[in-house]
Design a protein around this ligand. Sequence first.
Ligand code: DGL
Length: 276
Amino acid sequence: MSAANPEMLGVFDSGVGGLSVLNSIAAAGVNLPTLYVADQANVPYGGRPLDQIRNYAAAICRALVRAGCTHIVMACNISSAVAYEIVRAEHRNLIVIGVIEPGAAAAARLETNRVAVLATKGTVESQAYRQAFHRIDPGIEVGELACPELVPLVEAGVTTGEEAVVAARMRMAQVQSYGARTVVLGCTHYPFLLPVLRAAAPEVRFVDPAEATAQLLRSYVSLNNGGPQHVRRLITTGSRHTLQKQAAAMMNGTDFTVAEAVWKGDELLLPVGLPT
Ligand code: DGL
């Protein structure tokens, strides 16, 4: 990219889950000016019709591109599952990365026998993970498990304590009876529940697609400068104050600012004057 067209990263999710992807991107050493959209007016995406998810995802990506983003990470699994091809086709001149292919590839490198994918209802229905695994290895057994109760827990900040433990035990018992030793966290919210998931099934290996996604992004970025971390600008379609509190607990102490965006019909309007 030239100086006239500086690299800028756009990341989005239905809510705070994608902050786990921002954390992985930072851990991978990618340091770009970043806009992050949390569509908290519409979270959870998981039970919504897939066409509606396609429309949200495409509109959010258009808004990010209008704001100057040159690299888009579709952190949201369900959006990646149902809208990746559409978004990529619409922005052929930009880098567009989804989480499904990198996540499946990372898990398939570790496991050739049987994997479980924990995901939202829509991601399971789309069968995107199953298809991605079978493109890599048609012989691998893929069990997909919808966990609709987990996203509301993470959005509410309930990642420890009895409610989280009970939910984690129930889902990991299903994984154990399926006989999988490798589990893909097929929703960005779930890495925040990793301590309770791990405690429920210590023998299981967890794969967070964010890590492979961040490495893939890194390979497309020319600016990995070693300077101070660019501030991440978090933009919510819900309450700025709520996201401020959530992000303070979830972003490993790194700097961020928070603003609000609004949906106008099918168009997402980001705040004006976003610095790059
Ligand atoms: N976090 C999103 C995902 O990765 C969707 C969660 C939801 O809103 O249901 O699929």
